[in-house]
Design a protein around this ligand. Structure first.
Ligand code: F6P
Length: 539
């Protein structure tokens, strides 16, 4: 067990010494602290000096990573070993962004040519739709693309579309439907002309209830105007690993873009699941994003742990989660284009590492994944930052800022970035009671105006948000998640925890729909809720 390792025990002792040391002291004692704890790679600068660590902490965390076999785990993933042991699958999202001449073997076959064959087909399709060469059934240009998917088949596409909107064509509108709530479909298609609408049904399995329900509704919605089944071929494309189900649904497999079982849903936005992204930003920008992913993959694979951005991020998460008991992490991008980035990271981090048994099936005796959440700055400052500054909880923060705005407007960007630096500074150093009183605050009010400080944060400073940078950022978090999973000895690549609710919902659905009152055999609470729902629904 992790907690029995020598490196863990040493870290625990070290934590005892450092837990009450203030960042004010750490900075006062070392004028070079900022330089020492800043790492730069691939144009991403990470200042992690405002963390409650010393050089010794970093060394001990790196020792822990070594003792947990992180190096071997990284090699095993990139090599294509079946590290997703509960599903007997390789984990090779890194192959999705490997250059054309690379070789990545799965079961003795180099998969890179297949990856690029799909990318080439996607590019040809995207070019035709974007140029207007691809027309709908009645000969009109496609003006709106609607991506239907959920989880990894939605969050990545939505996030990337929003993040790269600056680079997107304005000739085509993009909408996203995920929720099984009919309102999502109704609002996303409101005002659209079926003759000018292209649906992309994105689902790895092509069996997901939400996506298939929305896809069937979309088909009915389109055919209500287009009247001819043959129109489906011009208005529907599919992204899936399941050609059989795609054909059964009625989508021409010529319009299907495939991927593979070695790509997890939450790691799939750079596969064909990114078709809507490519349609929006064009094949060149999409490939630039893939190049960014690949550059970060190589950094993660080769950089020594002390200089390895994702490894350092992952280790800091372990440090706060397991030693300081910090249950959550706030991700705070100071860029409006990254407004969906925290939501995207929620699936990536929590569906991956929200596990409570080790690879050997033993119950863990320590905490695993933190809860990720956040909002773009500066909005959060006028909402939940109060709690981060003065509340009773320790919430490590990731601030993400850019040196140049894609929309330079007067003073906006300097003011935005002033807030990034100010927030990190305030969290770390706070304001003592002496400072507060020296400002003339009366004694009774002083405690309310004290900022304890010593609240940790990372600050990422990057030149500009480009497709390449987005790829780097996503891969950075992917590999941080991997690092954490390797330390905790869990499998970040399965998601059995989503199954039970799905099965129960399918049992309950007919009980809500049947004309006759069904015999309910759930617990008393569920039975009563179902009965009440049926009664209210009838009124
Ligand atoms: O909810 C679980 C899940 O399997 C996610 O992991 C996945 O991203 C999502 O459902 C969608 O799955 P699919 O792409 O197969 O429709």
């Amino acid at each position: 067990m992790l907690t029995d390792l020598a490196a863990w025990k040493t870290l625990s002792e070290h934590y005892g010494k450092i837990q009450s040391v203030h960042l004010r002291t750490l900075f006062a004692n070392d004028p070079k602290r900022a330089q020492k704890f800043t790492v730069e790679a691939l144009g991403i600068c990470l200042d992690y000096s405002k963390n409650r660590i010393t050089q010794g902490t970093v060394e001990l965390l790196a020792n822990l990573a070594e003792e947990c076999g992180l190096r071997d785990r990284i090699d095993a993933m990139f090599r294509g070993d079946k590290i997703n042991i509960t599903e007997n699958r390789a984990v090779l999202h890194t192959a999705l962004r490997a250059p054309r001449d690379a070789s990545v073997q799965v079961d003795g076959k180099n998969v890179v040519p297949d990856v690029h064959a799909v990318l080439d087909r996607m590019s040809a399709f995207a070019d035709r739709v974007r140029s207007g060469a691809w027309t709908g059934y009645t000969g009109k240009r496609i003006r709106t693309v609607v991506n239907i998917g959920i989880g990894g088949s939605d969050l990545g596409p939505v996030m990337a579309y929003e993040a790269l909107r600056h680079y997107a064509t304005r000739d085509i509108a993009f909408r996203f439907v995920s929720n099984i709530d009919g309102t999502d479909f109704a609002e996303a298609t409101h005002g659209l002309d079926p003759e000018e609408t292209l649906f992309i049904v994105s689902s790895k399995t092509f069996t997901t209830l939400e996506t298939m329900t929305n896809a069937h509704t979309a088909k009915a919605w389109a055919l209500a105007t287009l009247k001819d089944e043959a129109a489906v071929a011009k208005h529907f494309a599919a992204v899936s690993t399941n050609a059989k189900e795609v054909a059964k649904f009625g989508i021409d497999t010529a319009n299907m873009f495939g991927f593979w079982d070695w790509v997890g849903g939450r790691y799939s936005m750079d596969s064909a699941i990114g078709l809507s992204t490519m349609l929006a930003v064009g094949p060149d920008n999409f490939r630039a994003m893939l190049a960014g992913f690949h550059a970060m993959d190589e950094h993660f694979r080769t950089a020594p742990f002390e200089k390895n951005i994702p490894v350092l991020m992952g280790l800091l998460c372990v440090w706060y989660d397991n030693f300081f008991g910090a249950d959550t992490v706030a991700v705070l991008p100071y860029d409006q284009y990254l407004k969906r980035f925290p939501a995207y990271l929620q699936q990536l981090t929590m569906e991956s590492n929200g596990k409570s048994v080790t690879l050997a099936g033993e119950r863990v005796t320590y905490e695993t994944s933190q809860i990720y959440w956040g909002e773009p700055g500066t909005n959060g400052q006028h909402s939940f930052y109060q709690l981060i500054h003065q509340g009773t909880k320790l919430i490590p923060c990731d601030f993400i800022g850019f040196a140049r705005s894609l929309n330079p407007l007067g003073r906006h960007h300097d003011l935005l970035m002033a807030n990034v630096f100010a927030q990190a500074e305030a969290l770390a150093f706070g304001k003592t009671v002496e400072q507060v009183k020296a400002e003339g605050t009366p004694d009774w009010l002083a405690p309310h105006r004290v900022f304890e400080g010593n609240r940790p944060s990372n600050t990422f400073l990057i030149e500009e948000l480009t497709p390449e940078v987005l790829g780097k950022l996503i891969a950075m978090y992917e590999h941080s998640v991997f690092t954490q999973g390797a330390i905790w000895g869990i499998n970040p690549f399965d998601q059995w925890g989503v199954e039970l609710g799905k099965v129960l919902a399918m049992r309950i659905a007919p009980e809500l729909e049947s004309a006759e009152a069904p015999e309910l055999k759930h617990d008393a609470s569920t039975n009563a809720l179902i009965a009440r729902y049926r009664g209210l629904k009838r009124q």
